[in-house]
Design a protein. Structure first.
Length: 159
């Protein structure tokens, strides 16, 4: 429980859907700021940046006591049909995530960290799918080591 009264919440938000949208926007802002930071840290290797992002995700899952391993998937699945704008925000986040990961992988190619045969677009899509799966598995197994192991295996395949 947050310790905040229902009337105080509804002073700031008109309804549950508006509150839910605010929660989704909070998570989007958190993830996007970390992703933009990773993209800008060109002095660091791509693989190193991926591992630091995975460590951040792992710490978040542990901090939430394994509740909602991926906040976007959890929120998407629990969002009622009466809040289509919330689902659209989450869908847009994932659509915008792919080009960010693609840029990161392109940086890895440009630096010679990854095999030249790697196609950044398809690799980014596969990475996101693997990441989401590892987040869910880490939550169900209560083991964030799954996230790190998945990222390391994926990066090995890129080299």
């Amino acid at each position: 429980m947050s310790g905040v009264s229902k009337s105080n919440i509804y002073y700031h938000f008109k309804n549950k859907e508006e509150l839910l949208q605010a929660v989704v926007q909070y998570w989007i802002a958190q993830y996007e700021s970390e992703l933009y930071l990773l993209l800008s840290q060109r002095e660091r290797g791509v693989e190193e940046r991926i591992y630091s992002f995975m460590a951040l995700l792992s710490a978040g899952i542990e901090g939430r006591n394994y509740e909602g391993s991926c906040p976007f998937v959890t929120l998407y699945m629990q969002t009622p049909d009466s809040a289509p704008q919330v689902k659209e925000s989450i869908s847009r986040f994932f659509r915008e995530l792919r080009p960010m990961v693609e840029k990161l992988f392109q940086q890895g190619l440009d630096r010679g960290e990854f095999r030249k045969e790697i196609e950044p677009g398809p690799a980014a899509l596969l990475f996101i799918a693997a990441l989401e799966g590892s987040l869910i598995l880490a939550g169900t197994a209560r083991d964030v080591g799954i996230i790190e192991q998945s990222a390391r295996t994926f990066c090995q395949m890129l080299r």
